[in-house]
Design a protein around this ligand. Structure first.
Ligand SMILES: Cc1ncc(COP(=O)(O)O)c(C=O)c1O
Length: 463
């Protein structure tokens, strides 16, 4: 009984501190709920009891509407490689704004960004822009079906590729261990018919992929995979896994599609460059828009030419009112120019420092957890066992959702903004000082949560 009071006390204290700091946010949220379900337009940004309303950002910092300051490790879910309102990008965007945001014609700014991306990403012979990553994976998958003349795309169990119907399948990894994986519709409203065109395979398991391809390859257009699945838990690919997938794709004549919407920031040519594996097509997004809405998909010229009415009388239709708009292209080009190899190496090093620091804190506090990821992208996993598959990652977090929420709120109380699943991304305005601040906040928050863990999550504590 004494211990139960301890956990409830920790919850109460964290929530009370959060409420005391964020009265204006609460009022804004109450009003917003009358106009928008959950008061927002994005599932990922909502959290209980109500989200913090941010009012302004500069560099690595955010200010909320109650006057609190936060070091931003969310960076709009990894998309702001340079943090907020970067001098240089702001001036170019403002200048473009005075000359027109979008013309409803082809325009120069998108050519320069297309050229930069083709030069950097090994698999891009040609590409096209969209307004979101969701559209990019949707069009990439459609192109793969059109090129191959087959319908089925294999995705990873637990892989996230946006919110169009054909990827709203098995977004949370299955918990079972035996038998072939069956694709599952992730939510209501996605038609059952989608299951005729999607198969799933476990991440980091070449044998399972080989078995699936051996049996079904004649109906399979391609395999879509995020080289390091981020919402699956920032689980790195096992050594040789991506190369093995390339070999299997070649052997069974299916296309290999990389979703590098998040992982592009890890090297100048994305994870495909790190692993020296060339997919047939790639989708990118987030950082390439310099803070504006964006996506892009591209790949081998023979596939991309399907979109060219001069090259193909039966060309694929791809349009979008704001595709390649001047604002996104201008800001995106400058953001990508500034994210050169030196900048990427620097933020990757900071991410590794964060990982080492967090792992040292877990060890010294006797908490069975680990920080997992690569370079500038890191995530807390609530286990000290190896995390190899996305099922491993889901199991580690399965009964920890309240702990994750409380850690997220306590980090906010301590001036650190992260994702509520414990993901951290580094931006270029950060330096060692910001990593130290983050580690101090994590250490303090975990110390505060230990009495809660002792009662509500004892498996996390050693001894
Ligand atoms: C790997 C991955 N693919 C696709 C998407 C969808 O991108 P967007 O939110 O721009 O539609 C996301 C978004 O977080 C993502 O993480």
């Amino acid at each position: 009984m004494v211990m139960i009071r301890d956990a409830a006390r920790v919850e109460d204290e964290i929530l009370s501190r959060y409420r005391a700091r964020t009265g204006v946010s609460r009022a804004r949220h109450e009003e917003a709920r009358t106009f928008m379900p959950a008061g927002d337009t994005r599932a990922a940004t909502y959290f209980a009891p109500y989200p913090t309303y941010m009012a302004a950002g500069e560099g690595a910092w955010l200010n909320d509407c109650d006057g609190n300051r936060y070091l931003d490790f969310l960076n709009n879910f990894t998309s702001l490689a340079h943090g907020h309102a970067q001098p240089g990008i702001v001036e170019l965007a403002a200048d473009q704004l005075t000359r027109g945001t979008v013309f409803g014609t082809a325009a120069e700014p998108q050519v320069a960004l297309a050229k930069l991306l083709v030069e950097r990403v090994p698999s891009f012979d040609m590409l096209r822009f969209t307004n979101s990553g969701t559209e990019a994976t949707m069009m990439m998958m459609r192109a793969a079906r059109a090129f191959s003349g087959r319908d089925i795309i294999v995705k990873m169990d637990g892989g996230y590729h946006g919110s169009h119907d054909f990827v709203e399948v098995s977004v949370s990894a299955g918990m079972g261990t035996d038998g072939p994986l069956m694709p599952r519709l992730e939510g209501r409203g996605v038609p059952q018919a989608v299951l005729n065109a999607v198969m799933v395979a476990p991440f980091n398991d070449l044998a399972a992929m080989e078995a699936l391809l051996r049996q079904h390859h004649e109906r399979i257009a391609g395999i879509i995979i995020e080289p390091m699945p981020n919402s699956g838990g920032m689980v790195p690919p096992a050594s040789g896994y991506l190369r093995g997938l390339r070999q299997l794709a070649d052997e069974f004549d299916v296309l290999l599609l990389f979703d590098e919407i998040v992982t592009l920031r890890l090297s100048s040519g994305g994870y495909q460059q790190i692993e020296d594996v060339r997919p047939d097509m790639t989708a990118v997004g987030k950082i390439i828009g310099g803070g504006f809405p964006v996506g892009a998909f591209g790949g081998r010229a023979a596939i991309m030419q399907l979109f060219d009415p001069d090259a193909d009388a039966d060309s694929l239709f791809h349009s979008g009112t704001f595709n390649g708009n001047n604002m996104t292209m201008t800001a995106g080009l400058e953001a990508m120019r500034r994210l050169d190899e030196a900048a990427i190496a620097r933020i990757n090093r900071l991410g590794e420092r964060l990982q080492d620091g967090m792992n040292a804190i877990f060890k010294s506090q006797g908490i069975r957890a680990q920080c997992l990821g690569y370079g500038s992208l890191q995530q807390i996993q609530w286990t000290d066992e190896p995390v190899v598959t996305l099922t491993d990652a889901r199991r580690a977090g399965e009964d920890m959702s309240r702990l994750r929420e409380l850690l997220h709120l306590e980090l906010l109380n301590r001036g650190l903004y992260t994702s509520n699943r414990g993901m951290f991304s580094i931006s270029t305005p950060m330096s060692d000082g910001e990593i130290e601040l983050a580690l101090a906040a994590v250490e303090g928050a975990l110390g505060c949560l230990k009495p809660y863990m002792r009662e509500a999550a004892p498996r996390l504590l050693r001894g």
